[in-house]
Design a protein. Structure first.
Length: 533
């Protein structure tokens, strides 16, 4: 149960010195951080949580090689899968559904299962495997990971969890989009290895499974089920002579025919055997999802799609409902903004970015927002993005400042500098004003800029310089809440957390955004999957 331990006023909360508690907790022990400074050790659940929401698997960070980082992640998952399986199951389920961390959740489910088997413990493994598999290509990816690490023998909990997911996920459109020759494990391979039964509410699924097996082993003889309209329409399109295909796409019912046949924009260029020009893009844009639209803005400009079509795209990508349903990370819109050659997408991307951050809390009183722009923040969190943690920190820090009643926005590194901010400023343009400031002198930045603020928010990788100060937040009075947003998931924190008005969060998710007003209302904060609205 949540508890209330101080009186609230209409203007702003004034928490007691001890304050409510939050789940990311330090142990009181310290160890050197990657900078040689004082690092505060966290308990195992806190370390795993912060690493999980920042770990894209196989990716090096500024201070940690990808292999070592993955080993730390799997060791924590395996330990907690045995020690507290229900908590770990909750984490991995939320990691896939709430935090949209795809690969980390798949790896976590496999390691969870392995650890439970090695310990001779029944239960939970089938459920965790089924829970993390949310896209039709993921059963194959999970099996590929398992066999590369543990061999081709598949334990029953793994097979049953994958089979549960297959019955839930496999349909004709999934088959056409994801069952491609480039995959190491085709749909047919997954079916042969896990033997799923067709879902009781999908009587057509048995025929689909047989077709998937034929596509895998006898592609020249494979015939789609006669009653499946999507597969029949797709077969008709693939039989169409190449010379006639472009005319079909750009014809009056081209988009409808492509959609009816499950033809995705990714497959379109190969089917046409030619480039996607303006006419082709304009024909398929109405059927594309918002994520695909954002990813292809540069291609639309290069193909010179018309301003009328571009305006329709802008309306789609900036629609609040579309943004919320797509669950895109905020930095995707900054990446698109920096990648497009024209100016016609600017306002739409600004609106979309603000919609994606609308759950950033609106904070009363005065807030000091410190954004880490040290060199270690400029590593890229993944090979698929050109943005870095410093950009993510700047986006989030600026959004918090713009939504606060009164805020001082500061970038810091070896030195620090206030970013002038006015109501109505463009978030995208403000982010471009941040720089690269060298080292991580958090304590000096706090000391230089804290002036009786009601709260302090630090967005950082927590790897502060060594020196006399063991806690860079110690100059802030104990009754003033300080919130650290950790963006890298390293082992040690820069300050104590979990009690005493000192709290650490991980991941730029709605669940994390809700914690600040929750804590300032005097309520203890739970793990994201345990939170109640």
């Amino acid at each position: 149960m949540a508890r209330f331990n101080f009186r609230r006023s209409a203007a702003k909360a004034t928490p007691a010195a001890d304050g409510p508690t939050s789940p990311v907790t330090t142990t009181g022990r310290t160890a050197p951080n990657h900078h040689g400074g004082t690092g505060h050790l966290r308990d195992e659940k806190s370390e795993l949580f912060l690493l999980a929401v920042a770990n894209l698997v196989g990716q090096d960070t500024f201070y940690e090689r990808g292999g070592a980082r993955d080993d730390r992640y799997t060791a924590l998952v395996r330990h907690l899968a045995v020690r507290d399986p229900e908590w770990t199951l909750g984490l991995l389920r939320w990691l896939r559904h709430g935090a949209a961390m795809r690969t980390a959740s798949l790896v976590g489910a496999a390691e969870f299962t392995r650890a439970r088997l090695d310990a001779g413990l029944p239960g939970h493994s089938r459920q965790v495997v089924d829970a993390v598999l949310q896209r039709p290509d993921e059963p194959g990816e999970l099996l590929a990971y398992w066999t590369s690490r543990y061999g081709r023998a598949l334990p029953k909990p793994l097979k049953r969890g994958v089979a549960d997911a297959v019955a839930r996920l496999y349909d004709a459109r999934a088959l056409l989009k994801y069952d491609t020759a480039s995959k190491g494990y085709r749909f047919g391979d997954v079916l042969e290895l896990t033997h799923p039964a067709p879902h009781r509410d999908k009587p057509w699924q048995g025929e689909l499974f047989r077709y998937a097996l034929d596509r895998r082993h006898r592609p020249d003889e494979a015939l789609p089920p006669a009653g499946n309209a999507v597969l029949a329409a797709h077969r008709e399109l693939t039989a169409l002579p190449v010379a006639e295909r472009r005319a079909l796409v750009t014809g009056p019912d081209g988009a409808e025919r492509l959609a009816a046949a499950g033809m995705t924009w990714e497959a379109l260029a190969g089917w046409l055997q030619g480039p996607l020009d303006a006419a082709v893009w304009e024909a398929v844009i109405p059927s594309m999802g918002p994520m695909a639209l954002v990813r292809n803005l540069r291609n639309f400009d290069r193909a010179e799609v018309s301003d009328e079509v571009a305006a329709a795209v802008a309306r789609r990508i900036s629609d609040r409902g579309e943004v919320r349903r797509s669950r895109q990370f905020p930095f995707r819109y900054l990446a698109a903004h920096r990648n497009v050659p024209s100016l016609r997408w600017g306002h739409a991307l600004e609106q979309a970015l603000r919609h994606s951050l609308e759950n950033v809390p609106e904070l009363p009183g005065r807030t000091l927002v410190l954004v880490d722009r040290s060199g270690s923040m400029f590593d890229r969190p993944g090979a698929q993005t050109e943005l870095n943690r410093a950009d993510t920190a700047a986006v989030f820090g600026t959004a918090v400042a713009l939504r606060s009643a009164g805020a001082d926005l500061v970038e810091f590194g070896t030195t620090s500098r206030k970013i002038d901010l006015r109501r109505g400023d463009s978030l995208l343009k403000t982010v471009d004003r941040f720089g690269n400031l060298g080292g991580t002198s958090t304590a000096e930045a706090v000391r230089a800029h804290y002036r009786g603020h009601d709260r302090v928010i630090v967005v950082t990788d927590e790897q502060t310089y060594g020196g006399l100060r063991h806690d860079p937040l110690e100059t802030v009075p104990a009754h003033v809440p300080c919130y650290t947003w950790n963006l890298a998931g390293y082992r040690t924190g820069h300050a104590p957390s979990g009690t005493g008005n000192r709290h650490t969060f991980g991941g730029l998710t709605d669940a994390a955004f809700r914690l600040v007003p929750l804590l300032e209302a005097g309520r203890d904060a739970a793990w994201p999957w345990e939170q109640q609205d």
